[in-house]
Design a protein around this ligand. Structure first.
Ligand SMILES: Cc1cc2nc3c(=O)[nH]c(=O)nc-3n(C[C@H](O)[C@H](O)[C@H](O)COP(=O)(O)O)c2cc1C
Length: 348
């Protein structure tokens, strides 16, 4: 077992957070992670985009963000009943998403208020990609923890002042949204740790016991993993997306391109190269958005060739599709071995 401030704070077994990964709601994945003793996270981008006027994809229905959030929380609560697993939600608070972010967060607070089982086990609201200030007070008043994803020590200090309980320092090698300034985990994480008094979790590039041990050595209290969790048996992603992650086999095979809400890191394939080309040629904004929507539809249809699939550099290090429990237990066992046996031998 590895005991850190994160495991103590949340009453979880392992210091591992599953990253929010829209456009899926990651319901099955979050339940599997919570059942395995990590922190499972329900993702909400797909719930919000319907309210922004896009057609529902990835199994979402034509419901309001509040209804979608309440129904996802209810399902994850049921799926984790036996293990009494701990879970949370991720809500991006980017300017373009602000109009629905409040509704999604309020729905989670409403579920905590009206259902004692949810209050006991939905312990964390993780915001990302923007300014969380309008929400921190109500989250904390409800008794939930507020975590925020940051790309720099500057942003970490800013949210610490707002009363945020923990920051997730997200390096540029990570999949999905990345900051404009390309600071990677090795430099970002220890500098965020040095800059704030609240606990820090590392994100971007984590996938195994060695990287978990490295995060702890750099002062983190745990890791958040996105790409590694895509390639698991229980993840909500389609089999050929999972296989694509497993088969990439080269850490150079990602690119950063402009997406709907800022820059995203994608797995390299013909669709992403076309997306880059469109941006480079100065194609009109509507054409770029249309291309991105079509590529999301292609992901949903399992058409890998035409899908722009978010994913991190670490995809090049992923070689299998284990169950979530197997993955988490292997990571922790490897990290324990490194900390307890391998590293002490080096200090002579
Ligand atoms: C497919 C995909 C979708 C993502 N969607 C979101 C999201 O909805 N909200 C968010 O805060 N981060 C999102 N991210 C970023 C992750 O939360 C996480 O920080 C990142 O994956 C960590 O780096 P890693 O991929 O190297 O593990 C996404 C990442 C991926 C790969």
């Amino acid at each position: 077992m590895i005991k850190t401030k994160l495991t103590e704070m949340l009453g979880i077994k392992h210091p591992i957070i599953q990253a929010g990964m829209g456009p899926y709601n990651t319901m099955k994945l979050s339940a599997a992670v919570a059942n395995a003793g990590g922190l499972g996270i329900i993702s909400s981008i797909g719930m919000g985009v319907v309210a922004l006027g896009f057609k529902p994809l990835f199994g979402f229905e034509n419901l309001t963000p509040r209804e979608q959030m309440l129904s996802s929380i209810e399902k994850v609560k049921e799926l984790t009943k036996t293990s009494q697993g701990i879970f949370g939600i991720n809500v991006p608070v980017a300017a373009e998403f602000q109009s629905v972010a409040g509704e999604l967060i309020n729905a989670a607070l409403e579920a905590r208020e009206t259902d004692s089982e949810v209050a006991k086990r939905l312990k964390v609201i993780i915001t990302s990609a923007g300014n969380p200030e309008p929400y921190v007070e109500s989250i904390k008043e409800s008794g939930a923890y507020h975590f925020h994803v940051v790309p720099s020590p500057y942003h970490a200090k800013k949210v610490e002042k707002m009363g945020t309980d923990l920051v997730i320092a997200s390096g540029h090698e990570g999949g999905g949204h990345v900051a404009y300034d390309p600071v990677h985990t090795m430099v970002l994480l220890p500098e965020v740790v040095r800059s704030v008094k609240i606990p820090v979790v590392g994100a971007g590039g984590f996938c195994d016991g060695a990287t978990l041990a490295a995060a702890l050595a750099l002062g983190a209290v745990g890791i958040q993993m996105g790409t590694r969790f895509i390639a698991t048996k229980e993840s909500d992603f389609l089999p050929n997306y999972k296989n694509f992650v497993r088969d990439i086999n080269d850490v150079r095979n990602t690119v950063v391109a402009k997406g709907l809400f800022g820059n995203l890191r994608y797995l390299k394939n013909p669709a992403v190269l076309k997306m880059l080309e469109l941006a480079k040629s100065g194609a009109p904004e509507e054409e770029q958005i249309k291309f991105e929507i079509e590529s999301l539809e292609a992901i949903e249809a399992g058409d890998i060739e035409n899908s722009a699939m978010p994913g991190g550099e670490v995809a090049g290090r992923i070689k299998d599709i284990p169950s979530v429990k197997e993955l988490i237990e292997t990571i922790v066992k490897e990290a324990e071995e490194i900390i307890r046996v391998k590293l002490p031998k080096l200090a002579v």
